[in-house]
Design a protein around this ligand. Structure first.
Ligand SMILES: Cc1ncc(COP(=O)(O)O)c(C=O)c1O
Length: 472
């Protein structure tokens, strides 16, 4: 098999040029535009890698600390405990899981296992293109199908591009760099129309961030026996990008083929421990998603105020149209300490990862300065009920509200018949975002019954409401 891989030097050169086939993490070491002033030790403003600004979960940190004491011992060669935990998490057999050093290793293994010279891979463009690069390294041809006018992967067009040599379909859902999803309805039609002998690979690196009701994980197709390989990573919502763990979920047959291409002992002792602990820390994932939602809201408000068009995103990054040369804006942002990505054949678009609140406000202000417009510094979010999480809930839910003035805020829960169940806030709050917890109890401290509840928020002349479901 051709092992003509991109060298580290070629990769770094390609990365700074913003070419669409760039995929590896590690661009931070490059000392050239738009990363000129980028110091890999400097984490503030690092909005180019779609990392988790909250870092690893505290359970993962504890597990890694404990594992470090055994750092002189080789790890579980086959990551058996980790694969077992992942299998439990997805409710599949552990022989359907292959853990590796990041999704990056898994993607390479999939290409090495299934692709030979003369084969064809059909993929979207732009997308996260590692599999396409690996395909080329293995002598396979790649058919690139453009995303549609809403930047969504067009499954009809992908289907139409399948030919007699097609071996693999490579999809990323949600997609990187646009942050869009294809719907479960479209995917069902696509899977049902798949010719025999074609394997579908779906990279779900950003799965946890999605809120759309039209999205679902393709792991369901693995369970239903379709020729599907789903790929996940611990680098994003679990905050372990530096620890390097990813995995595939596929049939027992595909999994054993993939594993036979893999060296043993690839996932470190610390990596295995961290991943196992992360799977148990649901709160950390929830906090990550909640921070991401708030960060995206700041970005969207900022883009709207600056009259910049953006692509609605289901991920922890967003693309927006600068209306001018994106490379020039990116390099001016870099000189102000904010590092973003450009490329993918989209010369006016920038991809920015979400970060902390401070980074988001700072980024928008830097952008405003660059675009030379008048934008209020630290503009508070507008009035509203931004999200309720989890919903449905059993123990407690967190209601995120944004208040726009210093007038009294009233937040209360009503039952479906319109009776007030509990008042949560009746106070003057600082303008901005607030997380309010409802513990599922009524005004007397008794557990409220299962059912639908209305959350009502008022401030001065503004009022809004949303629903939450309590399941006991
Ligand atoms: C879609 C997608 N897949 C895979 C990866 C790489 O994942 P990992 O860090 O697990 O190698 C990335 C990294 O940004 C990504 O965006």
């Amino acid at each position: 098999m051709g092992k003509n891989r991109m060298s580290r030097r070629e990769f770094l050169q390609a990365s700074v040029a913003g070419l669409s086939f760039v995929y590896l993490p590690g661009v931070g070491r490059v000392k050239a535009s738009p990363f000129e002033s980028f110091d890999s030790e400097d984490t503030y403003g690092r909005l180019c890698f779609n990392e988790n600004p909250l870092g690893p979960s505290h359970l993962a940190l504890e597990a890694m600390r404990a594992a470090a004491y055994e750092g002189h011992r080789y790890p579980d060669w086959f990551s058996s405990t980790l694969e077992g935990k992942i299998a439990e998490h997805h409710d599949v057999s552990s022989s359907m899981i292959c853990a590796g050093t990041g999704a990056t290793e898994i993607i390479r293994l999939v290409a090495d296992t299934f692709l030979y010279p003369g084969d064809e891979v059909v993929t979207a463009t732009p997308t996260y293109s590692q599999l396409a690069s690996e395909a080329t390294s293995n002598g396979a041809a790649v058919v690139h199908v453009p995303v549609n006018e809403r930047y969504i992967i067009d499954l009809n067009m992908i289907r139409a591009a399948i030919g007699p040599k097609t071996k693999l379909i490579s999809l990323v859902n949600p997609n990187n760099p646009q942050g869009t999803i294809f719907t479960m309805q479209d995917m069902r039609i696509f899977m049902n129309s798949l010719p025999t002998g074609v394997i579908v690979v779906v990279d779900e690196a950003y799965h946890h961030y999605v809120h759309s009701p039209y999205y679902e994980s393709c792991i369901r197709y693995v369970k239903e026996g379709f020729p599907m390989i789903a790929i996940r990573t611990f680098s994003k919502a679990y905050g372990l990008a530096g620890v390097r763990i990813g995995y595939s979920v596929a049939s027992v047959g595909y999994t054993s083929m993939i594993q036979s291409s893999q060296n043993i002992g690839m996932v470190s002792r610390l990596g295995q421990a961290a991943a196992i602990a992360s799977l148990n820390d649901i709160d950390h994932v929830d906090s990550t998603v909640s921070l991401n939602d708030r960060a995206k809201e700041i970005l969207m408000n900022g883009f709207s105020a600056l009259q910049l068009e953006y692509i609605p995103s289901e991920t922890n990054f967003m693309m927006f149209d600068t209306g001018m040369s994106a490379a020039s804006v990116a390099s001016q942002l870099a000189s102000r300490g904010y590092h973003v990505r450009v490329g993918w054949g989209m010369p006016r678009h920038i991809r920015v990862s979400t970060g902390t609140m401070d980074e988001m406000y700072g980024f928008i202000n830097a952008l405003q300065e660059i675009l030379g417009q008048n934008f209020l510094k630290d503009e508070p979010p507008t009035f509203g009920l931004s999200r309720v999480h989890p919903n449905p809930f059993t123990q407690q839910c967190t209601i995120q509200i944004s208040t726009s003035s210093s007038e009294r805020v009233r937040l209360a829960i009503y039952d479906a018949a319109g009776r007030m169940v509990k008042s949560l806030v009746n106070d003057v709050l600082a303008p901005g975002l607030h997380d309010i917890v409802w513990d599922g109890r009524d005004v007397h401290g008794r557990d409220a019954a299962s059912g639908l509840y209305i959350i009502n928020l008022t401030q001065g002349e503004f009022a809004t409401s949303t629903r939450v479901t309590l399941v006991r």
